[in-house]
Design a protein around this ligand. Structure first.
Ligand code: ADP
Ligand code: MG
Length: 180
């Protein structure tokens, strides 16, 4: 049986082969297609100017893909593809060529030591919810029961933080690339 997933792609490091982060994401989508993922939809790639000490430009996008793989198998594939692109882990503000995350799937909740679906941080990440609103606005989070559209509105409507503090979902306070 095939499954439908909402996945997130992120990059904050150019490569000599692919170019800037947005090109890295396009190359990653090509690789994922080559290994058998069927892309139903790909959001616009959003680019975020550098924030925090890393001074790096981020590119983020989400996609709806179809595959026979179960979540653990898809995660294993993602880790392999991240390695191909030279992912470097363990640096809080360091370069990360490619980050592939599973946000939602059509099977509801998945919770294992290596994998949590829905992705634990996606409700606080505007760079996931924004692009997801383009292609999966009506998809419901099985935990809160709220749609992607609703989650995005809730996040962007949240009160601005006091001066000098980091806003929720801001890259200064909530990394899109968690420390392993
Ligand atoms: P982030 O989740 O912020 O992208 P990382 O990419 O560093 O952070 O992920 C660290 C670990 O999180 C991965 O090795 C993986 O085992 C685990 N993980 C748990 N849930 C998920 C998920 N839904 N998608 C991707 N990785 C996940
Ligand atoms: Mg990840």
């Amino acid at each position: 049986m095939n499954h439908i997933y909402l996945i997130a792609l992120g990059s904050n490091r150019p490569t000599s082969r692919d170019g800037p982060p947005r090109k890295v994401l396009q190359a990653a989508a090509d690789v994922l297609t080559d290994v058998g993922l069927l892309f139903h939809d790909l959001s616009d790639i959003i680019e975020t100017p550098p924030m925090g000490p890393s001074q790096r430009r981020y590119a983020n996008a989400v996609a709806i893909v179809e595959t026979k793989r179960d979540p653990e198998s898809l995660l294993a594939l993602f880790k392999g593809v991240e390695q191909i692109f030279g992912a470097r882990r363990g640096q809080r503000w360091g370069a990360r060529t490619l980050d592939l995350d599973i946000i939602l799937w059509d099977g509801g909740v998945w919770d294992s030591p290596m994998l949590t679906i829905p992705h634990a941080a996606f409700r606080e990440r505007a760079f996931v919810l924004g692009p997801a609103g383009q292609i999966a606005a009506d998809w419901r989070d099985p935990i809160t029961g709220l749609s992607v559209r609703h989650l995005h509105a809730r996040l962007t409507r949240s009160k601005p933080a006091p001066r000098g503090a980091s806003a929720p979902g801001c890259r200064n306070s909530s990394r899109n690339m968690r420390n392993p």
